[in-house]
Design a protein around this ligand. Sequence first.
Ligand code: ADP
Ligand code: MG
Length: 695
Amino acid sequence: MPEKALTLISSIKSVKGFGLVRIKALSNLGINTVGQLLSYFPRKHLDRTTVTPISKLEKNFHSTIIGTVEASDLRQGKQKKYFQAILSDGTGVIRLTWFNGASYINKLIKVGDRLAVSGKIDFYKGFQIVHPEYDKLQENEDPLNSGSIIPIYSITAALKESGLDNQRIRRSIKSIFDLLIEIPDYFSDNFRKKYGLIKLDEAIRTIHFANSQENLKKAIYRLKFDEHFFLQMLMALRKSSIKQIKTKPFKKISPYIKIITDNLDFELTGSQKKVIKEIKDDMSQSYSMNRLLQGDVGSGKTIVAILAAAIAVTNNSQVAIMVPTEILANQHFSAFKKILDKVQITCALLVGGTPKKERKSILEGLENGLINIIIGTHSLIQPDIKFKNLGLVIFDEQHRFGVLQRGNLISKGSNPHCLSMTATPIPRTLAITYHGDMDVSIINEMPKNRIPIITKVVDEQRLSKVYSFIKDEVSEGKQCMVIYPLVEETEKSDLAAAVEMHTYLSEKIFKELNVGLIHGRMKKTEKDSIMEAYINNKIQILISTTVIEVGIDVPNATVMIIENAERFGLTQLHQLRGRVGRGLHKSYCILVCRNIAENSKKRLRIMESTNDGFVISDEDLKMRGPGEFFGIKQSGFIKFKIADMINDGPILREARTAAFNIVKEDLNLEKSENSLIRKHFMNEYQDKLHETNIS
Ligand code: ADP
Ligand code: MG
């Protein structure tokens, strides 16, 4: 080994040109070793093929241009200063404009600078880009002159301040590669050949300095594959460990199933029958079921849960059903009771507000086994709650619970079967990534009697028309809901908006009608009485925050207005919309958009065009990215460096196959050929083995 050889675990202190300030800036990004720095992959690459000549620019397209600054100027606008630069590339000129941070940019960009800029092309007295991304290029790295491929890194403000711009990072990484000994590969030659992967060393060198687009593509493929592979390895190991948990199989055929289904006032859809069979088969095995039931709002998951519960009870097991809100717990309880009373299965309801005495007798019933099924909120996981023989746990809206909460309830039984339900249609790639350790059942068919909901996006000016439409509907005996965004139950200003609107609507617009208000900070008894009044049509218009989001079932409600709809994700809007259209009347969802930005409206128009939750969730994923998807942002569970869930479908599936194949043959990764994979996995993922997917 030469004296100065670097390895992936060398400290970045040994890199030429890194002083204390830079080391600190990098360390704040979690970069302390050479390996971590080399994993700070470029966020994009510039080369001839990705650069557009100014003469070929088109309005509204996102483009990258390379040119020289011909002139620049800090100007006084009406309110504040702005900065403009004129960039020329020999085929034409384009104006670059900064309204924010103009004085600062003025210090950075000088006439004669060679810049790579990108952004959306506007046309206003000539082509311009407002607030472009830009990078200064040196003579020798200009892709147009040298034909090279230039890596562009994410330069945070702190990096910039420490003097680490793109040029400096490129130079440092180059100097590392000169001294770096070959990066060892955890994949064998055979494995790489089988899945068409280049060597890790080559991939990492190429992602920073590629000599051709073709090689760059191979490097990106390899590095994306690796990230998906190890995550899928995690899923495979979790799944196989679940499959090793012995439990009581539900072998007895339930006589209740026929009685219950014969007495329904509807026929189960084909999809419902299919998932019931999947669940039944799964629970008849002698290892724990871990199944996710996905089905759009209103697709009829409740009856599936009821039948699964009846099977458990037939097999002398108790069932616990945990739901995220009291309103939903109440509603589930009445749905379960209505059906299960007929077959003498006992259900009880346990929520935060259950009176002490009643709670005590419920706890006794659970412990001595007289209560078969308990439905409740988080109150089910309190330590003093014990079961005689908890054999099936059901989570409704499972993503609203953390792993600890779920684990807590599960641990009250001895390896109970587990059914998670969600009305959020999860795009396929996301489902594999986040729920790769679960089996999935999907209800993809709506009950036949449903009339599609009509959705309209409106702006403020049309509200008076909307209000008179509501009056018409109410005069025909129907009901309406107005939903306010309340991102956090504690956000005061949002709550104030809902309260204010209630006053306005009840005193000014709908004077003759009963207008109710419900929100998460009310007492349970208050909420209950309002809900009851609404269900009995004593209240015609209900103003609500999103507490109403999950599960509520009022068939007579035909109009839903969602205020500030632009503040919601499409998936959430879809869920809210599912609260109407539950009966036999034509229903309407009116999305009030108070943001005039064209994009907000465009996004909302997707809601007008489809009622299919899967289409909507795919759009949501494309537009907002997975980070915005039902709380994944908060979880921080997966931080991909280069993989992405929107575009990597095929790579993800290959990586999943590879990982699951290995675990199938070598459950504990003990074979020598898998030892390096195991080592890497343990380094990077061991702590995630028992962590949540989404919590
Ligand atoms: P979700 O999947 O959103 O939980 P629910 O289980 O609450 O949906 O079902 C919504 C409504 O549809 C309920 O009133 C339920 O009784 C009814 N329902 C369920 N399955 C069918 C079916 N196959 N045909 C007609 N109506 C059904
Ligand atoms: Mg439901």
